[in-house]
Design a protein around this ligand. Structure first.
Ligand code: NAI
Length: 389
């Protein structure tokens, strides 16, 4: 697709403003639309600040920064979007509100314009079903912050016209992204495969094996993850993280692998949401003292290994069910949530049979379906064959 194509972004919040920046940086004229004029003003002020900082740091010239900003105009009515060839929706996560927006968009856009949703948790196919022309609809799931994280999950609806997925993959590459093609299933790739990072960490805590600081230490110091699970949940917000877990669990018809935890629910009930409320798994804010981890390498390796094999199992199962290719699953976890290594490549480094043995041992110990080994992981281990072959 050409740079001449005008791109619309609806919703000027956290995601919309970042997506507008990415599209403009790629050379498109961008219309950023929001019903709330104040949100538009705040978004433009934010984008201006980001560009000023880029100039200060020498990452862009003043002319480039000014040109990027000049390519973004704002509007508070749908009519402003009528000339767009692609509109990306990033409004509130509510299917009825999104549905009303799509009907409005279809009445102002040309028949061949593409409509995309940045939804994290709603079914792309169900959203498409509300459109007059569902064949033009697709999911484009960016990660926060959109200008910095390279991953975009491209999620065709069942009804998307043939070729739309490939066109969007090509466009996202033109925008400098590393897109991954995902089947429209709950959580797509990242929000499904990442569940054990939180869920298994909380299980280890609930069982009294280790405290939050020790689990975080094991994952960062020994595993190389950028943040530990508890620090990350406090950053995301326990309310948001719990809601994602619950929505994936419900969408999977209460599969035990995704079961939410009582401990996190209690935090949410108490209003211990994380950094934004001053308290979560940790105390935050002025005077807060971080607890010391137990720097015991044996314990830390046990912790890392248990969470890692659960992540690997989830990654293998996503490939087994055709959610995405092995390459795309690994690309997604590195590009969307900064994992230090692709999980399937990591599995091959540590040995597939070791992963299978660890899962079988967990299943034998707990007798829970949660620890069932993915058929693909087991098959590849017994065949001695790579996921990437
Ligand atoms: P946000 O709350 O920061 O911004 C939403 C914006 O949409 C607000 O400015 C609001 O005024 C506007 N809005 C609401 N209804 C509207 C309508 N009918 N027409 C025009 N504008 C409308 O939300 P955020 O966090 O940017 O999320 C947007 C979407 O992106 C959601 O679907 C969310 O699930 C998804 N998402 C969010 C991520 C995140 O980390 N925040 C990551 C990836 C996806």
């Amino acid at each position: 697709m050409l740079k001449e194509m005008m791109v619309g972004v609806v919703g000027a919040g956290t995601m919309g403003r970042g997506i507008a920046q990415v599209a403009s940086a790629a050379g498109h004229q961008v219309i950023l639309m929001d019903l709330d004029r104040e949100a538009l003003e705040q978004a433009m002020a934010f984008l201006t600040k980001i560009q000023d900082r880029a100039v200060e740091k020498g990452r862009a010239s003043r002319d480039e920064a000014d040109a990027l900003l000049a390519r973004i105009s704002t509007g508070s009515s749908l009519e402003a979007l009528s000339g767009c060839g692609l509109v990306i929706e990033a409004i509130v996560e509510d299917s009825a509100v999104k549905g009303a927006l799509f009907s409005g968009l279809e009445s102002v856009l040309s028949s061949d314009a593409t409509i995309a949703s940045n939804t994290s948790s709603l079914s792309i196919t169900a959203l498409a079903a509300g459109l007059k022309h569902p064949d033009r609809f697709i999911g484009l799931h960016f990660f926060n912050p959109a200008p910095l994280l390279p991953l975009v999950e491209v999620v065709p609806a069942l009804q998307s016209r043939e070729g739309l997925g490939d066109e969007m993959l090509a466009l996202m590459r033109q925008w400098g992204k590393q897109p991954a093609l995902a089947q429209d299933t709950p959580g797509f790739i990242v929000n499904r495969v990442a569940r054990p990072f939180y869920g298994e960490a909380i299980r280890i805590l609930e069982e009294g094996v280790a405290d939050v600081a020790t689990i975080d230490w094991a994952m960062t110091e020994l595993g190389g993850f950028r943040m530990g699970p508890f620090a990350l949940m406090d950053l995301i917000g326990n309310d948001i993280n719990y809601a994602v877990t619950e929505s994936v669990w419900t969408a999977f018809h209460y599969d035990a692998r995704y079961k939410p935890s009582f401990a996190q629910k209690r935090n949410v009930d108490a209003g211990w949401l994380g950094r934004k409320s001053g308290r979560g798994w940790y105390a935050h804010g002025e005077g807060a003292v971080l607890p010391e981890p137990r720097r015991d390498k044996d314990l830390g390796q046990d912790i890392l290994w248990r969470i890692l094999v659960m992540l690997i199992n989830e990654a293998a199962d996503a490939v087994f069910w055709g959610v995405a290719s092995a390459e795309d699953v690994d690309r997604a976890m590195k590009g969307g949530v900064n994992y230090p290594k692709g999980l399937l490549a990591w599995a091959e480094d540590v040995g597939l049979s070791n992963c299978v043995d660890a899962l079988d041992a967990l299943r034998a110990k707990y007798g829970e379906d949660r620890y069932r080994c993915s058929p693909l992981l087991r098959a590849r281990a017994s065949e001695g064959r790579s996921f990437f072959a």
